[in-house]
Design a protein around this ligand. Sequence first.
Ligand SMILES: Cc1cc2nc3c(=O)[nH]c(=O)nc-3n(C[C@H](O)[C@H](O)[C@H](O)COP(=O)(O)O)c2cc1C
Length: 413
Amino acid sequence: MLIALGVCGGIGAYKAVEIARGLQNNGHDVVAIMTRSARRFVGPLTFEAITRRRVITSQFAEGANADIEHISLATAASLLVVAPATANIIGKFANGVADDFLSSLYLATKAPVVIAPAMNTNMLEHEAVQHNLASLVARGVHVVEPGAGYLACGWIGKGRLAEPEAVVRAAEAVLHSAGSLKGRKVLVTAGPTYEDLDPVRFISNRSSGKMGYAIATEAATRGGEVVLVTGPTALQPPPAVEVVRVRRAAEMHAVVMHRAPDVDAVIMAAAVADYTPRRTETEKMPKQADGLVLALERTPDILGDLGQWRSTAGRERPLLIGFAAETSAVDAKAREKLRRKKVDLIVANDISREGAGFEVDTNAVTFIDDGTQDFGPAPGRDVPAIRSKREIASELLDRVEAMLARKTQPARG
Ligand SMILES: Cc1cc2nc3c(=O)[nH]c(=O)nc-3n(C[C@H](O)[C@H](O)[C@H](O)COP(=O)(O)O)c2cc1C
C-alpha cells in the first residue's frame, strides 16, 4: 500500500528513516514528506535512498506539473503517518492550518492518520498541546504515545519519539482495521510439506513459503480474518494471523477440508508434495550398499477435493484459488488445471524464469480464470513482469475482493 510519511523538525527525525525502512520491509510503498524544519535535522537524500522516491519538501515544487501533488497523494495514500510529530504540526492539524505540504495533505486526505509526537516534556504537557492532541484523538487520529527517558534537550521525562518498530506496528494495526477485507475470512496455505521416510529423512521441495506468507500478510493488512496453514518454513508468521502448522500433505488436506466451509476464500499457495512414502519407518533406515528403491504413493489432491466438494454441495463459497508452478506451457497447463479442479482462479507461475518461483522474493505470474473475466497479462505484455511477491499478493487480493463482491452468498449464516 502507499503510505505518506510526514517528517517534522525534531531531533527524532533521524528515527523516521528506520520507520520508512520498516514500512517498506512490510511491503509498502513510502512517500516521505519533510517539513522545512525537518530538513535541518536530516537530509532528504537519506529518505530518497531508502524509499527510492522523490521526497516532497515543498508545496510549490519546482517543475511540478498540473497535477496538484498534495491532492493526488491525499487520494492515493492508504495511510498518513507523521513521525516525529512536533508540537507545531499537532497544532496545525488540530486547527486546520494548511500553510505547507504536510498540513495541506492532512486536510485533504480521507486516509487514516497515525501521529507519533516527540518533544520536550514541558512542551508535551502544555495545556495547548494536550488540548490539540485530545481534539485530534476525538477526530479519529491515532496517537503513538511518546516514551519516557533521556531527551535530547538534556531532560529526563516523557516526550521521546516512540521506537520505530512501535510506530510501524501502529501503522499496520490501523491499516489492518481499515482494511477492505474486513469481515472476510481467508484461508491461505504456504510452504512445502515434508513426507517422512524415517525419523531423520523426508521428501520435500524447494518452496520457501514466501508467496503464501506474502498473501497472508497482505490479507491481514486489509483487515481479513486470516488462517495460515503452513508447512515447515523458516519464516516469521505475520502478526494478527491464525497460524496452523502442519508437516505432511495429508495433515494439510485434513486442516483445509475442515476449515474451508467456514471461509470466503481458500488460496492454495503451498507446494504440496505429490508423492509420499508408502510407509514411514519408525527406526532410521540403515545405509544400504546397493542403493534404495522407494515405494511412493499419491498424496491427497487438496485443491481437487475442494473443487469436487464445492460443486457437489452446490456452493459458490469459498472462492478457490490455486497456483500452478510449471516450467513449460505454463498457461495451457494452468487452464487445464482450472477446468479439471473446478476452481475459480489459477495463478500460473513460470518457475523456469530467473527471479520467479521458489526461494526468491520476486515472482512472475499470470492470472488464469474461467474466461469470464479479463485476467490475462496486460495488453501488449505477453510475458508477465517480475514483481515482488507482496505486489503479486496485492494484485491477487484485489481480484479476490472483486470476485467476492460479485458473489452474494455469505460464507456463514
Ligand atoms: C535542536 C532543536 C530540536 C527541536 N526538537 C523538537 C522536538 O523534538 N519536538 C518539537 O515539537 N519541536 C522541536 N523543535 C522545534 C521545532 O523545530 C519548531 O517548532 C519548528 O517550527 C517545527 O516545524 P515543523 O513542525 O514544520 O517541522 C526543535 C528545535 C530545535 C532547534
